[in-house]
Write a protein that binds this ligand. Structure first.
Ligand code: SIN
Length: 329
């Protein structure tokens, strides 16, 4: 190759290189803490596949599951700062940014997932999606996991049985106070560390959904479970407000389409998994699932009820009222 051809070739490469790198799809990070085979894991996979089908030449969704990139508290901060693009943390993990979402942590507020669904779809529930926008966090929709159950390493049927035990909670002061009302010691721990804390008996109990108890094998160290349905564990799918605002209308439409489809799918998976994983756990010989009577449940309710009053002004009375209305169809 003579000198002239070589310099033409180099010129061509220099000209083409920026075009090639410009053409590479932009990686968008979706971080979460659960296994791929969960409502959130499945929702994230479907979201990725639809976005990449519609906008694959522009964007690639990189999913980090099982807390492999960061825990949820870090993810919420990373969304606010624009360091990652999507996350779907539990509604209990926004304490640093808003007090209003604490409505979802109030025990025994929602009798079932239909009530949760109605509230999330109500004008009040929809307004909560934009309540952190000025802080960089924009809610794009809700995703269900399900109602929480209590589990422990020893038998229990009534609130007094938990006195003195250490219970893992998410990092939410409502949930911490909920266990304090039962005279138990609340220990906030990241989801990724719960299994080890149970194995090492640093905690004797925890609360979570059937899906999380099953997919993370908490039953290895928590043979006693109660069908308490005392609280809800749902998610808000969030993105960075500036990232979202910087998308074209056409791109936003495509992302919205992918979200609507994948959230519907995730919610259907949540319903099926909740029933299926409860059955799986109930069938295990090593696990005892206790179904409390209505009177027994009322005792738990009475013990936890004082939280409603203490959070009335913090959350906002009108938000709690809207949730109560949704709970009475
Ligand atoms: C999750 O379902 O995303 C984890 C919830 C938890 O921290 O218990």
């Amino acid at each position: 190759m003579n000198r002239r051809t070589l310099s033409t070739l180099l010129g061509l490469i220099t000209f083409l290189l920026p075009m090639l790198s410009w053409a590479a799809p932009q990686p968008l990070i979706f971080s979460h803490v659960v296994s791929p085979d969960t409502p959130k894991g499945k929702m994230a996979e479907m979201f990725k596949s639809i976005v990449e089908k519609k906008l694959g030449d522009q964007y690639e969704i990189i999913i980090h599951s099982d807390s492999s990139l960061m825990n949820d508290n870090e993810a919420v901060n990373a969304i606010a700062d624009g360091r990652i693009h999507f996350a779907a943390p539990s509604l209990s993990k926004f304490e640093r940014y808003t007090q209003q979402l604490k409505v979802f942590d109030l025990p025994f507020l929602f009798p079932d997932m239909n009530a949760v669904n109605r509230f999330q779809k109500s004008p009040t529930g929809q307004a909560l999606l934009t309540s952190m926008k000025s802080q960089g966090i924009l809610g794009l929709g809700y995703l269900h996991n399900g109602l929480k159950q209590l589990t422990a390493d020893r038998p229990f049927t009534q609130p007094d049985d938990l006195a003195g035990l250490h219970f893992r909670t998410m990092n939410s002061d409502v949930l911490i106070k909920q266990f304090e009302l039962l005279n138990a010691k609340a220990v906030p721990i990241a989801f990724s560390e719960v299994y080890q804390a149970l194995a090492e008996q640093r905690i004797q109990g925890q609360e979570n959904t059937w899906s999380n108890i099953f997919s993370k094998a908490f039953y290895d160290h928590q043979p006693y479970m109660m069908i308490s349905n005392h609280g809800v564990l749902d998610y808000m799918l969030i993105t960075n407000s500036d990232f979202w605002g910087g998308l074209s209308e056409e791109e936003q439409r495509s992302f919205r389409f992918a979200l609507d489809m994948s959230l519907k799918y995730g919610n259907a998976v949540a319903k099926a998994k909740s029933a299926n994983d409860k059955t799986e756990l109930s069938r295990m010989k090593s696990v005892s699932v206790y179904e409390p009577s209505a009177d027994e449940l009322a005792t738990w309710q009475t013990a936890m009820q004082p939280l409603w009053d203490s959070y009335k002004d913090i959350i906002g009375e009108e938000i709690i009222r809207a949730a109560q209305q949704a709970s009475r169809p």
